[in-house]
Design a protein around this ligand. Structure first.
Ligand code: NDP
Ligand code: 2IT
Length: 449
């Protein structure tokens, strides 16, 4: 096990985030390998950490002033043992191969947990959409798809959104794919409703995350009512995580973006949340404006010199990181535990560093790792694909019920796998083991390919 981690460190020394994701999974699945020597003989670990295919391409585009820019596009097709490649696209200046590989790797196990047949992939670009006009976004998306279209398809690889990619970008990407292929197919998910999208897909990641949290709390005869909750981020996942917490009677007191965070002691209600949705999704403004609109709240500007994030200093019962990888560091985790937090449920992908995750796992709190807790988004993407294949649209209630059942099933699967391998109540071990076993068994069935 250590040899494999060492090898990937030596082979690709700069890929810190990828090493982190691999280390967490490999540590969890050690007992599975001990119990199943055929996995070692078939070198499943060596195979599962190597992407099936990596595509890197040039994305040239022109801004409104006629200036030419060149960005880098990626698609990491990690594993297709249990279905076509599936996973989001991220547009953010921090995008590089290590980030794409970690996200694609996580996606393999997450998709496996959903109960649906989807392999794992991730893609995106180091393009920064902030401050760009709709026309610039459209030209960028068109250029990106002009290359990506060769490698994707409704039975091959089905991208979706992630940070910086929402309904607007999916629309432009889809339009160019359709033009190039002369085909109207379900090649992307997260489409708008009137041309193939699914009801509840925008809500799915956040709602699913809170359904997962509710399942965890129920194991201790608790629920979200009157619980004080810290939510980070203010994008898609943060908005709908907050909405479901509010539905279930919880009190959301924080939201953030990369510039800072707001603290509203009274908690958000639906009206305040609608303001946030409009501010972020339509006006593309900053969370700072929330504190101007609601003077009872406070705004704290991010301080890059601090070794911790003060958002995680606030006292709360439940914590939902919904912004970015490694946003909870060791010191943040210590602060949360000393302030008496009872549940951490991850909406963002890998929001806790390895050290922070260890602190959560070694305490008595309920800790729901991202690959289980945020699987609701890709699960409803899978339901969107099913509806596209049938050329039917399910009503919101049906999609939401299916989402709830899938999140309950993921929760149960994690607990059972953790119990079977001597880690009762450890959702990290359970998610990694259950996700892993399904994929490697499929790999063994399909021979050495
Ligand atoms: P959005 O682009 O809608 O929102 C991202 C949010 O995170 C914004 O509020 C953004 O603020 C904030 N953010 C970005 N960078 C930082 C940073 N360095 N520090 C603090 N905040 C930051 O993305 P999503 O809501 O879709 O994604 C959020 C997380 O959820 C990601 O980890 C993503 O991978 C994960 N996820 C998303 C799914 C989906 O279906 N969309 C599914 C499963 C997981 P700003 O405006 O300043 O950039
Ligand atoms: O991280 C994720 O699971 C996503 N960004 C959603 C992927 C998808 O295909 O819906």
């Amino acid at each position: 096990m250590n040899d494999i981690i060492e090898t990937i460190r030596e082979k690709d020394p700069g890929e810190r985030e990828f090493h982190q994701a691999v280390t967490e999974v490999l540590e969890s699945v050690k007992p599975v390998l001990d119990r199943n020597p055929e996995y070692r003989r078939a070198a499943v670990l060596e195979r599962i950490v190597e992407p099936e295919r990596v595509i890197i391409f040039r994305v040239p585009w022109m801004d409104n002033e006629g200036q030419v820019h060149v960005n880098r596009g990626f698609r990491v097709e990690m594993n297709s043992a249990i279905g076509p490649y599936k996973g989001g696209l991220r547009f953010h200046p921090s995008v590089k191969l290590s980030i794409m590989k970690f996200l694609a790797f996580e996606q393999v196990f997450k998709n496996s947990l959903t109960t649906l047949g989807m392999g794992g992939a991730k893609g995106g670009s180091d393009f920064n959409p902030k401050g760009r006009s709709d026309h610039e976004i459209m030209r960028f998306c068109q250029s990106f798809m002009t290359e990506l279209f060769r490698y994707i398809g409704p039975h091959t690889d089905i991208p979706a959104g992630d940070i910086g990619v929402g309904a607007r970008e999916i629309g432009y990407l889809f339009g160019m794919y359709k033009k190039l292929k002369n085909e109207f197919t379900g090649v992307l998910t997260g489409k708008s409703l009137n041309w193939g999208g699914s009801l509840v897909r925008p809500e799915a990641t956040g709602y699913g995350c809170v359904y997962f949290a509710a399942e965890m709390l129920a194991t201790r005869n608790e629920n979200l009512e009157n619980k004080t909750c810290l939510v980070s981020g203010s994008g898609n996942v943060a908005q709908y995580t907050s909405e479901k917490i509010i539905h279930l009677g919880g009190r959301v007191v924080t939201l953030s973006d990369s510039s800072g965070y707001i603290y509203d002691e009274q908690g958000l209600d639906q009206d305040k949340l609608e303001y946030v949705k409009h501010l972020k999704n339509i006006k593309r403004g900053r969370i700072e404006q929330y504190a101007e609109k609601y003077p009872e709240s406070l705004y704290f500007q991010a301080d890059p010199l601090l070794d911790h994030n003060p958002l995680w200093n606030h006292k709360a019962d439940c914590v939902f990181p919904c912004a970015f990888e490694n946003e909870i560091q060791q010191k943040d985790a210590q602060n949360l535990i000393s302030n008496g937090v009872r549940l951490v449920c991850e909406g963002a992908n890998m929001p806790a560093t390895l050290e922070a995750a260890d602190i959560f796992m070694n305490s008595n709190i309920l800790y729901g790792p991202s690959k289980a807790a945020n699987a609701g988004g890709v699960a409803v993407s899978g339901l969107e694909m099913a509806q596209n294949s049938m050329r039917l649209n399910w009503p919101a209630e049906e999609v939401n019920n299916r989402l709830k059942i899938i999140m309950q099933s993921i929760h149960q699967t994690c607990l059972e796998a953790a119990e079977e391998y001597g880690e009762p109540g450890n959702y990290v071990a359970g998610a990694n083991i259950a996700g892993f076993v399904k994929v490697v068994n499929a790999m063994l069935d399909q021979g050495l390919v």
